[in-house]
Design a binder for this molecule. Sequence first.
Ligand SMILES: [Zn+2]
Length: 212
Amino acid sequence: MSVHDEVLAAAKDMLRLGLTAGTSGNVSGRLEDGHVVITPSSVPYEDMVLADLVVLDADGKVVEGTRAPSSEKLVHLAAYQRYPEVGSVIHAHPVYASMFAVAREPIPCVIDEFAVYVGGDVPCAEYAMTGTPELGEQAADCLADRGSALLANHGTVTVSGSVEGALHQLGVVERAAQIIWGARALGKVAELPEETNATLSGYYRMLRQRQG
Ligand SMILES: [Zn+2]
């Protein structure tokens, strides 16, 4: 499967899994030559085909494709530029994680699996308006040792070594946000022991470097 195929498949899966709605969100992958293949702006995921994908250079210039690239391309490019081990970026608007983004509150790392895939609490980036270079920089600031970050009053951004990994991780984050929301309704969220967090976030850092 080429990176183009993986990006298209993940975009369709993201909609199917309810991790985004309408044409919101976007998926990208880094190509071997350093260019980035990304989903286009305003094309419904159900109708999207390989020819709709757009290839960008590191400055965001379109080098392949006829569509307009996603309006959040700068969020993707900032993560690739900052972290050479990152091979895929997904920006989405999943409901439960976005609730934390609106509250501007981190999603706490209170589930074992979450620590392994995400590396710790999902931090909330400083607010910056959609489509601006500041939004990309604020998000990238949060992703040094975490697989995901919240974009204040907006949604999520997830980075991984592979497209498949990024989609899986997005699902882990959304599910955790839903579980924590429910646990809070029950009245209590117990923290993981410090030792568990330290050990599992260490696995995350190891995995992230190995994927690069
Ligand atoms: Zn968005």
